[in-house]
Design a protein around this ligand. Structure first.
Ligand SMILES: NC(=O)c1ccc[n+]([C@@H]2O[C@H](COP(=O)([O-])OP(=O)(O)OC[C@H]3O[C@@H](n4cnc5c(N)ncnc54)[C@H](OP(=O)(O)O)[C@@H]3O)[C@@H](O)[C@H]2O)c1
Length: 322
């Protein structure tokens, strides 16, 4: 009985402390990108567009990159409304980021015209849902190409320059699917897990050069990309994901930018996501020893809770398979 009460008190205390720290994380110096140059790939829509808008509002020079020129033009018009100074440069470039020679040459031109890139926010990506046997080879290859190469190539194109300058912030938009596998998202999860492994290794390479890596783990967000994802989403996937709710892209963008400016490795939104990221933290980089102590105390109990959720998810799949 005494052991049980002590455990409850211990985990309750740790939970409250982490809640406090979690809240504290939302206060920060968000003005630090004023007059800096920020490039947002996937900036013509959804989370990327919201991030670009926020960077413009904060006084940064901003370029958005995506493929479709009409969507880019419309997004650019929208961004220009938030421009605060005459000299603030807001531009848009059409380019497929999964084509290395193309994105390398576009980024070189941009640096020559606008100046050194300080922050690269990568928001390219999409989910195509379906069971593996139902997925076409084109859909498999396009997801890997877009979600992995489409993010790795722009980073590869500028990383040596950031290292020379000894400053920079890189954001990679992954997903909660980079933490757990979900029915109907096998290829998407695979591409996002790969991104997370890439980011952990890259962080070790660039940290001595004052460059930070932030991996964003957004929850379901109300974007054109999410609308597309819902087409053909298996019933199982919808039922498993519905518990998490749907977030506004501006809210998601704000959380990502704050965490990136604080140079945090993982960026997540909401207490549920915090618990999930804590459970799956593995050998990911950490910001403080206090964070590590809290994580190590929480991982055990969260693993127990996760067993409940996993059993629920498997029950959904089994029920629909019968
Ligand atoms: N929305 C969600 O619920 C959610 C949740 C978790 C994670 N995420 C992740 O967050 C990121 C953004 O998602 P979103 O929902 O905001 O998507 P979105 O609304 O579809 O926007 C995707 C953007 O990426 C661009 N893009 C796609 N492929 C490209 C390529 N090869 N080269 C250049 N630009 C490309 C698109 O423009 P073009 O098509 O014109 O190129 C568009 O600007 C993705 O990585 C997604 O996996 C989203």
């Amino acid at each position: 009985m005494i052991v049980l009460v002590s455990l409850i008190l211990l985990f309750g205390g740790v939970g409250l402390l982490s809640l406090f720290l979690f809240k504290k994380c939302s206060i920060n110096n968000i003005n630090s990108i004023k007059s800096k140059y920020v490039v947002v790939t996937g900036g013509s829509s959804g989370i990327g567009k919201s991030l670009a808008k926020l960077c413009v509002q904060l006084g940064a020079d901003v370029t958005i990159i995506a493929r479709n020129e009409e969507k880019l033009e419309n997004a650019l018009k929208e961004l220009l409304q938030y421009k605060s100074g005459e000299f603030q440069q807001i531009t848009a470039v059409s380019c497929d980021t999964s084509n290395y020679p193309l994105i390398k040459s576009e980024l070189e031109k941009l640096e020559a015209n606008t100046g050194p890139i300080y922050m690269l926010i990568n928001c390219v990506g999409a989910a195509i849902c379906g069971k593996l046997e139902d997925m076409s080879i084109e859909d498999i290859e396009s997801q890997i190409s877009m979600n992995f190469f489409g993010i790795v190539y722009p980073i590869k194109a500028i990383i040596s320059k950031l290292k020379q300058r000894k400053e920079g912030i890189i954001v990679l938009t992954a997903s909660q699917a980079a933490l757990l596998g979900i029915f109907g998202l096998s290829i998407y999860s695979g591409s996002k897990f790969a991104l997370r492994g890439f980011a952990e290794a890259l962080d070790m390479e660039v940290r001595p050069y004052n460059i930070s890596i932030t991996v964003a783990l957004p929850p379901d967000t109300d974007t054109p990309g999410f609308e597309k994802e819902n087409i053909g989403k298996p019933k199982e996937t919808a039922l498993i994901c519905e518990t998490a709710g749907l977030y506004d892209p501006d809210v998601v963008a704000r959380a990502i930018l704050k965490d990136a400016l604080k140079r945090k490795f993982f960026s997540f939104l909401g207490f549920e996501s915090y618990l999930m990221a804590t459970l799956c933290i593995g050998m990911a980089p950490f910001s403080s020893f206090l964070e590590v102590i809290i994580q190590s105390l929480l991982i055990g109990p969260i693993r127990l809770i996760s067993a409940f959720y996993l059993t629920k998810f498997h029950c959904i799949v089994k029920r629909l398979a019968e």
